[in-house]
Design a binder for this molecule. Structure first.
Ligand SMILES: [Zn+2]
Length: 234
């Protein structure tokens, strides 16, 4: 009799354990699924306009990322503090992506400009004003140059938007609002979140290359996202 009660108790605990395990698994899977969808929207569904300008090639069937070193040039009048915050944000992206960022020795070799501009704000394609914008020129499967323009009139507002623009400048040419991310207009994030770190590291996974088609990237993503969620636990 006692043994039966014990068995029943263990059975209940086992059932509860299985339920908790199932809930935990489900929530991990839901998080992975949300990030996979976010990745696909942000990497492929770029719509020209707003504070992101896509010039030269508008196809969204291909992914883009830096597959070569960034040759950086800083232009425009800026204070040491303004240059400092831009370089520190760039270093964060270099660390997460593994992309080398070197100062361009000559102007003609640069492929990435950070332009400091004294304007209070910039008039965007949709009639809104913004303190930062990014411009992509080139082809997703070829040569690309990237410009990130920052207002120096109100430095605190440029600090708030620089990581949003660097997400574009490192390959997330679109927007997504599913997860708490600097890319989302609905979440007022100014520092990279855990989800941003997972997104950047996943885009720069060795299995992904600039110019790959949407249908070739999609099946690779779930394990890549899962791996990077484990890499960035918080
Ligand atoms: Zn944007």
């Amino acid at each position: 009799m006692r043994r039966e009660v014990m068995t029943l108790c263990w059975g209940r605990w086992a059932a509860l354990g299985a339920l908790l395990f199932a809930v935990a698994c489900e929530s991990t899977t839901a998080g992975e699924t949300a990030l996979v969808t976010t990745f696909m929207e942000a990497a492929f569904d770029a719509t020209p306009g707003g504070e992101f300008q896509l010039l030269g090639e508008l196809r969204s069937a291909r992914i883009w990322r830096w597959d070569r070193a960034v040759l950086l040039r800083l232009e425009g009048v800026r204070s040491p503090a303004q240059e400092g915050f831009a370089r520190s944000a760039l270093a964060e992206f270099a660390r997460l992506s593994g992309v080398a960022i070197n100062d361009a020795i000559a102007a003609e070799t640069q492929n990435f400009r950070v332009i400091f501009d004294g304007s209070e704000a910039f008039l965007l394609g949709d009639g809104q004003l913004a303190s930062c914008y990014a411009t992509f020129r080139g082809r997703r499967d070829g040569e690309v140059t990237m410009d990130v323009t920052l207002s120096t009139a109100r430095p605190e507002s440029a600090q708030r938007c620089i990581r949003h623009e660097l997400m574009h400048a490192f390959g997330f040419l679109g927007h997504s609002h599913r997860v708490r991310s600097v890319l989302s207009y609905l979440h007022n994030e100014t520092q990279l979140t855990r989800w941003d770190k997972v997104l950047i590291a996943s885009l720069y996974d060795p299995a992904i290359r600039a110019g790959m088609l949407r249908q070739d990237v999609a099946p690779l993503l779930q394990p890549i996202i899962a791996k990077n969620l484990a890499r960035f636990p918080d």
